[in-house]
Design a binder for this molecule. Structure first.
Ligand SMILES: Nc1ncnc2c1ncn2[C@@H]1O[C@H](COP(=O)(O)OP(=O)(O)OP(=O)(O)O)[C@@H](O)[C@H]1O
Length: 299
């Protein structure tokens, strides 16, 4: 199969006909018959205004949705690198616990507040490792913990820190380190940097793109910040009122969006209207390659 960016890649996740309904007094169909294919090593941006169903879709993919949310239709298949296909909606509880973090991890909105406040970074990394790799030696745990921290640009001396001793940016990096701890094949990131200031946000995003290049996991990146998605994504899915109305390479979407809503969305960001291309990096010309590729250099 060929991805929208032109590279041959196999799918790692297929979502077919997914419908999620909140069975409240007035039922809300938050995701409507969504189809999505994520390829190995791909960064897929999920864009759309607040309330369009992005988070609901991400939660359902990882079976983290809670009542009143109910999956009314669909099929979600994880294509493991071993060649096995895993039907996520059919997993038993124990299988699901083993699956999460290991094959697919998530960094949530405001995740930096999700760290346990009374436990050191070292203990949190160790607990996650031991839950999934019970036989892991102390030496291997130490080495892996140090490695993931280094990868996200946090000094290993921070292993002995408690979350309150870290800055917001550092806590978010630790959460990303947790998410990559078990070398998942997919990381879903739901507005992972929204609460951070712009400079730290860019720094972390560049890091995610660089890590993806090195480690080749796939990323679903959710935000309503379309300019940012154009910069880091290979492909972008646009959601409107629960439907995926467009799924295109970042480049095609930017230059030639077909859905009127996408065009409106593009036009609603002052930095994207007017002289196209200026927002990405200074000096980028109109005929330059896919924005995501150009942003792969390190910060
Ligand atoms: N617990 C709930 N009960 C009923 N409706 C809900 C519930 N949670 C979300 N919804 C509705 O589902 C729809 C999709 O919400 P969702 O949070 O998935 O959107 P989103 O695109 O992620 O928004 P945001 O960007 O603000 O996070 C919205 O109409 C929302 O009001």
């Amino acid at each position: 199969m060929t991805t929208a960016t032109g590279a041959a890649a196999r799918p790692v996740l297929t979502v077919e006909d997914l419908t999620v309904v909140y069975e409240s007094d007035e039922p809300v169909t938050a995701v409507k018959h969504a189809d999505l294919t994520l390829h190995r090593g791909e960064i897929l941006g999920l864009a759309g205004e607040s309330g369009c169903g992005k988070t609901t879709l991400a939660y359902a993919v990882n079976r983290l949705h809670r009542p009143p949310a109910r999956i009314a239709s669909g099929r979600i298949t994880f294509h493991d690198k071993s060649g096995e296909d895993i039907d996520i909606l059919a997993l038993e509880d124990a299988e699901l616990r083993a699956f999460r973090w290991d094959k697919l991890s998530m960094v949530f909105q405001g995740a930096m507040n999700a760290l346990n406040p009374v436990t050191t970074v070292r203990a949190q990394l160790r607990d996650t490792l031991l839950a999934h790799r019970p036989g892991m030696s102390r030496k291997a745990i130490r080495e892996r913990s140090e490695e993931v921290l280094r990868r996200v640009g946090v000094d290993v001396r921070r292993l002995t820190s408690y979350p309150h001793e870290l800055s917001g940016g550092m806590r978010q990096r630790v959460m990303i380190a947790m998410a990559m701890l078990l070398e998942p094949q997919i990381m879903i990131m739901d507005e992972p940097t929204t609460a951070l200031d712009v400079v730290v946000q860019r720094d972390i995003l560049r890091e995610i793109v660089r890590l993806r290049d090195e480690l080749d996991f796939a990323v679903v990146f959710i935000t309503h910040d379309l300019p940012l998605l154009l910069e880091i994504s290979d492909c972008i899915a646009v959601m409107l009122e629960g439907e995926i109305v467009e799924l295109e390479s970042a480049q095609r979407l930017y230059r030639d969006a077909s859905h009127p809503y996408t065009r409106r969305l593009l036009g609603s960001f002052p930095s994207l209207s007017g002289s196209r291309g200026a927002f990405i990096r200074t000096g980028v010309d109109e005929t330059a390659p896919v924005p995501a590729q150009a942003s792969k250099e390190r910060a």
